[in-house]
Design a protein around this ligand. Structure first.
Ligand SMILES: N[C@@H](CCC(=O)N[C@@H](CS)C(=O)NCC(=O)O)C(=O)O
Length: 197
C-alpha cells in the first residue's frame, strides 16, 4: 500500500492509523502546490481531487477521503474500531463529526487570504465543537470505551492543528488526552517520519 501524505496535514491521521494497525505501507510525500509526488508522478493522475490523503492499494485501486481510508484501515486491522451492534455506525458518526464539524472549520488557517476576524470566528466554533468531547474523556482515555480507534488518530490530528497551527483554546480534558497521545509510540513515529519534531 502507498499512503500519499503531506507533513502535518490531515493525512497524519491515516499515517498514525496505518502504523497502529501494523500494516505494511510506503509513505509517499506529495507537494500540494506543484501536485507532484516525491517519486516524480503527477499527483492528479493518482488522485484527481489533488488533495491528501490517498491510499493506493496493492491491486491498483485508490481510496480517498479520511473517513473512507480510516474505515478501511479499521476493517483491515480489526482492533481499531468500537465493537457491538452499532460499533461501525458509531465510528462513522464520530469520523463524520471530526471531518465535517472540526476539520472543515480549520479552513481559514490554511487559506492565505483569510482575515483575522474570520480566524477568530473559527476559533470560537472550534472551541465549542471540541468541548463536545470533554464529557466522553471524563470517564475514559479514548473516544470509545473499547480502546484506541482510528477516530482517536483523527481527533489527535485536529488537536495537533489546534495547538500548533491555529492557536485554538483546547478544553482541559482534551488537552490532557492530547498530551497522553503525544507519547504514544505510533504517534511519535508518524510525526518523526513526517519530519515533525
Ligand atoms: N475531504 C477531504 C479533505 C482533505 C484535505 O482537506 N486535504 C488537505 C490537507 S489537510 C489538502 O490536501 N489540501 C491541499 C489542496 O486542497 O490543494 C478528506 O477528508 O480527506
Amino acid at each position: 500500500m502507498k499512503l500519499y501524505y503531506s507533513p502535518g496535514a490531515c493525512s497524519l491521521a491515516d499515517h498514525i492509523a496505518l502504523i497502529e494497525a501494523n500494516l505494511s505501507f510506503e509513505a509517499v510525500q506529495v507537494d500540494l502546490k506543484a501536485k507532484t509526488t516525491a517519486d516524480g508522478a503527477n499527483y492528479r493522475t493518482i488522485n484527481p481531487k489533488g488533495y491528501v490523503p490517498a491510499l493506493g492499494l496493492d491491486d491498483g485501486a485508490v481510496l480517498t477521503e479520511n473517513i473512507a481510508i480510516l474505515s478501511y484501515i479499521a476493517d483491515r486491522a480489526g482492533g481499531l474500531a468500537p465493537g457491538g451492534a452499532l460499533g461501525c455506525y458509531r465510528l462513522l458518526e464520530t469520523l463524520a463529526y471530526i471531518s465535517t464539524e472540526l476539520h472543515k472549520s480549520f479552513k481559514p488557517f490554511f487559506s492565505p487570504g483569510a482575515k483575522e476576524e474570520e480566524k477568530g470566528k473559527a476559533r470560537e466554533v472550534l472551541g465549542k465543537r471540541f468541548a463536545l468531547f470533554e464529557d466522553t474523556l471524563a470517564s475514559q482515555d479514548q473516544l470509545f470505551p473499547e480502546g484506541f480507534t482510528v477516530a482517536d488518530c483523527y481527533l489527535f490530528t485536529m488537536l495537533f492543528w489546534a495547538k500548533n497551527k491555529a492557536e485554538v483554546a483546547v478544553p482541559p480534558r482534551l488537552s490532557a488526552y492530547y498530551e497522553r497521545l503525544s507519547g504514544r509510540e505510533s504517534i511519535r513515529k508518524a510525526l518523526a517520519d513526517e519530519g515533525i519534531v
